[in-house]
Design a protein around this ligand. Structure first.
Ligand SMILES: [Zn+2]
Length: 407
C-alpha cells in the first residue's frame, strides 16, 4: 500500500515538472496547448494547473491572441516569477558573490566580498551567512519565500553530498558547504562546481537555440569547462569531467595549485598573465599598456592588458598569443574527444574581437585549416553577476526537477 502512495507522488512530481518545463521553454500557454505538447490529457493538465494556481506557482496571464479566428479565446498560464526567490553564492579564488533573484533569474540584489582563505572555512561561511541575512532584511524577503540556495565553488565538488572536496587555492580540505549552510539557514542547499553551475545557466538560454551538446569554457581567473550532452551536465566517476584547467599542456611547466606541474590553468591563468606583464612593464617594452595605465604599474588589470592587445601593443601581443596557443591546444583536445555541436566561451577575454580572432586562427591552424567558425560562440549569459550559475543550479534542482514540491 505504501509503495502505491509513493508511486502516485512521484507521478505527480513528474507531471508538475513537465508542465513547468513546458512553460519555461515556450512561455505563456493555454491548458489545451500544454496538454498537446506534454502528451497528458487536457483533464489531467487542468487538475495539475488548478493545484499549482492555488499554490501560487502559476498565474493566469490574459487571453491568447487568435489573429481574427473565431471561437472562445483560451486563457494563458505562466509561472509566477515572484512565487519564490533564490539565493546564489559563487565562491572563487579572489571573490565571492552573493545574489538573490526571482524565478526568471532576474537579479534583485547582489554583493561581492573578498574570499577569505586565511580563516577557518566555517568562519568565512558565517561571514557569507551574515551577508545573506542582511540582503534578505534589506529586500524585506522572509525565509519562507526562499526556494533555496545554490552554491558554485571552484575545484572538486560532490554534488550528491553538497561537499567541496578540494577548492584549489582556497581550502585544501573537504568542506561540508551544503550541510553547514542548510543547518545554519534552515533552507535547502545545492552545491556544484562553479563552471558546471554556469553551464546550467547556459543550458537555459541554449535550449532556445536548439543546441543540445556543447562544451562550456570559462576563462578568468583560472580556466574550467563543463560538458553538456543532450542538455544534461556530465559529471564523470569522480565529478571531475571537463576539468580542462588540469590537463597537462607542458610537463616542464609551472607548479599548479592542484599539485601537478604544467596544467593549462597554471600556464594561462589571468593571475600569471598579469604577473608576466607586470614584470615586463615599462615605456619602451609595453608602450601602449604604459599609456593606458598612465605609467602606473599598480593599475594593470586584465581589461587594460586586453585593451593594449586590441590596440596592437607588440609585447603584450606576444605574451597573450602564447597563452592563446596553449588554450587552443586544450580546446582541440576536448573537441576531438567529445565532438560537440558547439564550444561556448565565457569570460572577459572572449569579448575582445582580436583575441577571439587569434584563438580561432590558432585552432584552425592546428587543425590544418579545418573551419570551426560555426562551432564557436560566446556565452549568452550576462557577465554582470557571477552568481548567475548557482542561481540557475538551485532553480533547476529545487524548482523544475522537483515540480515545485517542497518538503
Ligand atoms: Zn592543475
Amino acid at each position: 500500500m505504501k509503495k502505491k502512495v509513493m508511486d502516485l507522488n512521484s507521478i505527480k512530481k513528474v507531471n508538475r515538472s513537465v508542465l513547468l518545463n513546458i512553460l519555461r521553454d515556450h512561455g505563456a500557454m493555454s491548458r489545451k496547448d500544454i496538454a498537446a505538447i506534454s502528451g497528458l490529457s487536457p483533464g489531467a493538465i487542468t487538475i495539475i494547473a488548478t493545484e499549482m494556481l492555488n499554490e501560487g506557482i502559476l498565474k493566469e496571464a490574459g487571453l491568447e491572441e487568435r489573429n481574427g479566428k473565431a471561437g472562445r479565446k483560451k486563457i494563458l498560464l505562466k509561472i509566477e516569477k515572484t512565487h519564490k526567490f533564490i539565493l546564489g553564492i559563487n565562491i572563487e579564488k579572489d571573490t565571492t558573490t552573493i545574489a538573490i533573484s526571482d524565478l526568471n533569474l532576474t537579479i534583485l540584489s547582489s554583493k561581492e566580498l573578498a574570499t577569505n582563505a586565511n580563516v577557518m572555512p566555517e568562519n568565512f561561511l558565517n561571514e557569507i551567512i551574515d551577508n545573506i541575512k542582511d540582503l534578505l532584511w534589506k529586500l524585506d524577503i522572509s525565509k519562507g519565500n526562499i526556494l533555496g540556495i545554490g552554491v558554485g565553488i571552484v575545484g572538486k565538488v560532490d554534488p550528491n553530498t553538497g561537499k567541496s572536496m578540494e577548492a584549489y587555492g582556497i581550502w585544501n580540505k573537504e568542506v561540508d558547504l551544503g550541510g553547514f549552510l542548510s543547518k545554519s539557514l534552515k533552507l535547502p542547499v545545492v552545491v556544484d562546481n562553479n563552471v558546471r553551475s554556469l553551464a546550467m545557466a547556459e543550458i537555459n538560454c541554449s535550449k532556445r537555440k536548439n543546441i543540445d551538446d556543447f562544451v562550456f569554457i570559462k576563462h578568468g581567473p583560472g580556466i574550467g569547462a563543463a560538458i553538456v550532452i543532450n542538455k544534461k551536465l556530465i559529471y564523470g566517476s569522480e565529478n571531475q569531467a571537463g576539468e580542462i584547467g588540469h590537463i597537462i599542456v607542458n610537463s616542464d611547466g609551472p607548479q599548479c595549485s592542484c599539485g601537478q606541474k604544467g596544467c593549462l590553468e597554471a600556464v594561462i591563468s589571468t593571475r600569471r598573465m598579469k604577473k608576466t606583464v607586470q614584470m615586463a612593464f615599462d615605456k619602451s617594452t609595453t608602450p601602449i599598456l604604459h599609456r593606458l595605465c598612465n605609467g602606473d604599474k599598480g593599475k594593470i588589470n586584465t581589461s587594460l592588458i586586453f585593451s593594449a592587445y586590441e590596440n596592437g601593443d607588440p609585447y603584450i601581443k606576444k605574451i597573450i598569443d602564447d597563452n592563446i596557443k596553449y588554450m587552443a591546444t586544450g580546446i582541440i583536445n576536448l573537441m576531438k574527444t567529445l565532438d560537440p555541436q558547439r564550444i561556448i566561451f565565457f569570460g572577459e577575454l572572449f569579448k575582445y574581437e582580436s583575441l577571439m580572432k587569434e584563438l580561432i586562427n590558432q585552432i584552425e591552424q592546428m587543425l590544418c585549416k579545418e573551419s570551426i567558425k560555426n562551432k564557436i560562440v560566446t556565452s549568452c549569459l550576462e557577465y554582470k553577476c557571477k552568481a548567475i550559475g548557482p542561481l540557475a543550479l538551485a532553480l533547476e534542482r529545487l524548482f523544475y526537477e522537483t515540480g515545485a514540491i517542497y518538503k
